[in-house]
Ligand binder design. Structure first.
Ligand code: CS2
Length: 487
């Protein structure tokens, strides 16, 4: 088993740690220790730890979800002393395996809330980062404000010293620090959101305001919320993938992660209490992170959702199958060149056409074997984040709405859980209840447009768009996906 004892006996092809594990401190607390975080932030920090003077920046991972799954995950991390391997694979199949030791400790919040609060309050903690998903910030899309009315938030507001949400934990941690004179930490969102730092600011200060106006003011004045653009395609790892990763690496790792070789992180340099020397390990610092975010979300993520929905309906299951399908590659190119690229204000130096070509190659990476169900999971939140800007701009400019309407139609048809070959699959939609999902089976093909996914442009006149979505759904059903592609 991979752990500190076996670290000295790694297969020769595996890149070992380049620092002493026992020297690694706990400068960062991270909420949401998923595969993406383990292949992205933890990978960059792992490289930093090998640089002189950087040992303090180890990471304490926090899992908020309890139950058997949460417990099993915590157990696996503990067994392995929080070590795991990352396999990076190029589009031509070349693999590099390295051990990541940046995760110093893993805390399961429901099992020991006080341990998490103590870490947050500890002056050693200087950054609190998070990957809590696009839909995880509890923001009302129409008002842009933090929602105080959800049961979990209400429970934390009633019992703020024993929180259960990330908002409750972080704000209670900050309350303790303020009381002890320990100073603030940076709150760093690493989710795919437009202006994720501003969204995080709204969420955490919004929660604090409902609790204690003075504390909210202190947070507002002292804590920074840098925006960041994060990018690395990281598939889920099931049992079969785990076994094949271990067979290839020669390791016995219960928690291996797989990712493409590409990685990008663009950050605003606003850290109120120091930061690792990330600029030395490939992280870019920029004032205009929103520009990079726009490019990434509207080019990569939006196309992912479009290809994912359409691909599933056609019977594909993996991302690479969609770009190997000439019709779908044409669809993606049409979306990029006609809908996305003309409307994006790219930061200086970003060549959108080169970015597009690169995306096609990244999506074609077979060894990553990224599933379309993962890509479409929580589509209800992703539509809002990935498509809203493009839809609003298209409605405003009077452009043709063909591909956008088709994308929405394909997403709604995909939610029905059956492809054109009659095979069924289960879409993953954690924010939709059964009644909402049932809207996609209503005989009125416009009913699906009532889903909250589409709230982002309800203030506009959408008559033409709605009609085009209904027509595209009808065409998909009557003529099939291929004959309905708007390219
Ligand atoms: C995907 C992303 O799930 C999705 O929406 O588009 O997870 C994508 O793989 C990452 O954002 C790549 O950085």
């Amino acid at each position: 088993m991979l752990n500190e004892k076996t670290l000295n006996h790694l297969p020769a092809s595996v890149q070992p740690l380049r620092y002493k594990r026992e020297d690694v401190g706990r400068g960062i607390v991270h909420f949401g220790v998923g595969n993406f975080f383990r292949a992205h932030e933890a990978w960059y920090v792992n490289k930093c730890l090998a640089l002189p003077g950087q040992a303090q920046w180890g990471i304490v991972g926090v899992g908020l979800g309890g139950g058997p799954r949460g417990e099993a995950k915590a157990h696996a991390f503990t067994q392995q002393d929080c070590l795991y391997s990352l396999t990076e694979v190029t589009a031509s199949g070349v693999r590099t395996v390295s051990i990541i030791g940046a995760l110093r400790e893993y805390l399961l919040a429901p099992a020991d809330p006080e341990a998490v609060l103590a870490r947050l309050a500890d002056p050693q903690t200087r950054i609190v980062s998070m990957t809590i998903t696009e839909g995880g910030y509890n923001i009302n899309e129409e008002t842009g404000q933090f929602r105080l009315d959800t049961p979990a938030v209400q429970a934390d507001l009633k019992n703020p010293r024993r929180p259960t949400t990330v908002f409750g934990y972080v704000v209670e941690g900050l309350r303790r620090r303020r009381a002890a004179g320990a100073g603030p930490f940076t709150v760093l969102s690493c989710d795919n959101l437009r202006s994720n730092g501003h969204v995080a600011h709204e969420a955490f200060v919004g929660y604090a305001r409902a609790l204690d106006a003075d504390l909210a003011e202190w947070i507002d004045a002292n804590v920074t919320f840098p925006c960041s653009m994060v990018d690395r395609i990281t598939p889920g790892v099931d049992r079969a993938t785990r076994d094949s990763l271990n067979a290839a690496s020669g390791l016995d790792d219960d928690l291996p992660v797989l990712a493409e070789d590409f990685s990008q992180w663009v950050l605003e340099d606003r850290f109120c209490n120091g930061r690792p020397a990330l600029e030395q390990v490939g992280v870019e610092f920029a004032d205009d992170v929103a520009g990079y975010e726009q490019v990434k979300v509207r080019m990569l993520n939006a196309a992912h959702l479009l290809l994912g929905s359409t691909g599933l309906l056609l019977g594909h299951r993996y991302a690479h199958e969609t770009v190997e399908d000439a019709d779908l590659a044409r669809l993606a190119n049409a979306y990029w060149t006609k809908d996305a690229m003309p409307q994006i204000d790219a930061p200086a130096g970003v060549d959108l056409d080169a970015y597009r070509t690169r995306l096609l190659s990244r999506f074609s990476n077979r060894a990553v074997a990224d599933t379309l169900l993962r890509i479409c999971s929580d589509g209800a939140s992703k539509v809002r984040v990935f498509w809203t800007d493009t839809v609003r701009r298209s409605l405003n400019s009077g452009r043709d709405l063909d591909r956008i309407a088709f994308g929405i139609a394909a997403y709604l048809e995909m939610l029905r859980g059956q492809d054109e070959k009659g095979q069924t699959y289960t879409p993953i939609e954690p924010t939709l209840d059964a009644d909402q999902i049932a809207l996609v089976n209503d005989s009125d093909l416009a009913a699906g447009l009532r889903l909250p996914a589409f709230d982002g442009w309800r203030d506009m006149d959408t008559t033409a768009l709605d009609a085009a979505v209904v027509a595209a759904r009808r065409a998909i059903r009557d003529r099939g996906v291929r004959a309905s592609l708007p390219v």
